[in-house]
Design a protein around this ligand. Structure first.
Ligand code: MF3
Ligand code: CO
Length: 290
């Protein structure tokens, strides 16, 4: 880390002297690091200006998901949802972040039933009564990234599927009770994992959440099978997703060899996921996208 003197302007661009801005926080970080904690680099601590930009991006992301929520139903194809996401995002001045990301061919991920994540919208996939689907929307606006996803039940779904969808949503609420500055990401991970297990579900181990804001996927990688007191320290200014993938059956998954994207459960049982984007603040957190 670059050495800054007390009276130099702070690196974050606030215009304040370092001693009146990030100095105290970084002294605390140094102490944690000395005790062996994983601490974020400066690049992960968003400045006030960056936070403003990320919030604008997130506002579009939420609006796009609200649009999907108002129109989704039986008989809709996932390709139709892809078109909605493209049209609504661009109408609001944004760019769908998935489009062309590492070769991803569409504007949104649509994952139905035993598809865990990264489902690719298709004209051939028609939603029918009883399906559950995750719609994962990510937006670039003015260079800032946002990312959130929701589950939708198509018509009446089985009680087991409804319970899975509800459990996955409750995982976020449980996780948020452990989200606070100077806690550890593992505090949240363990709370989510315990809750899922108590409800007879499992959590996918290989895929997790991520830092987000200046890029689509930043450090840290966020596990939901981690242990209390481990993983990265949560520090004001950090922005990341909470997005546990919750399986009705076993946690094991595989990637579709035909497209190298879509992740399925090994046992063919359904999977559910809700995703929010949070910012760590001085005294807690803010949910930026949902
Ligand atoms: N939105 C997904 C996430 O939460 C990322 C999808 S990558 C894509 O990380 F290319 F498929 F969009
Ligand atoms: Co994400």
């Amino acid at each position: 880390m670059q050495k800054i003197r007390r009276n130099d302007p702070c690196w974050c661009g606030s215009g304040k002297k370092y001693k009146d801005c990030h100095m105290e926080l970084e002294e605390k970080l140094t102490q944690f690091r000395r005790q062996g904690a994983i601490v974020p680099t400066r690049a992960l601590l968003k400045t006030p200006e960056q936070i403003r930009g990320i919030k604008e991006s997130a506002r579009i992301n939420v609006a796009v998901l609200d649009y999907v929520a108002a129109h989704i139903g039986p008989g809709i194809t996932t390709a139709q949802i892809d078109l909605w996401v493209y049209e609504q995002t661009t109408r609001l001045g944004g760019i769908p972040a998935p489009l062309g990301y590492n070769g991803f061919p569409r504007s949104v991920c649509t994952s139905v039933n035993d598809q865990v994540c990264h489902g690719i919208p298709s004209e051939n996939d028609i939603l029918k009564e009883g399906d559950i689907i995750n719609i994962d929307v990510s937006t670039i606006y003015n260079g800032y990234f946002s990312d959130s996803s929701r589950m939708f039940c198509i018509g009446a779904v089985s009680p087991e599927k409804k319970r899975l969808v509800d459990t996955a949503k409750q995982c976020l609420e449980i996780g948020l009770t452990e989200v606070r500055p100077w806690g550890f990401l593992g505090d949240m991970g363990q709370a989510i994992h315990n809750f899922a297990k108590e409800n007879g579900c499992s959590i996918v181990r290989e895929i997790g959440g991520h830092g987000v804001g200046l890029e689509f996927h930043e450090e840290p990688w966020v596990s939901y099978v981690s242990k209390k007191g481990t993983e990265m320290l949560m520090v004001p200014g950090m922005c990341f997703t909470i997005e546990p993938m919750v399986n009705m059956g076993r946690p094991d998954v595989f990637v579709d060899a035909n497209n190298d994207w879509t992740v399925y459960t090994d046992d063919g049982l359904p999977s559910a996921q809700w995703e929010i984007q949070v910012l760590i603040t001085e005294d807690g957190y803010e949910i930026l996208a949902w």
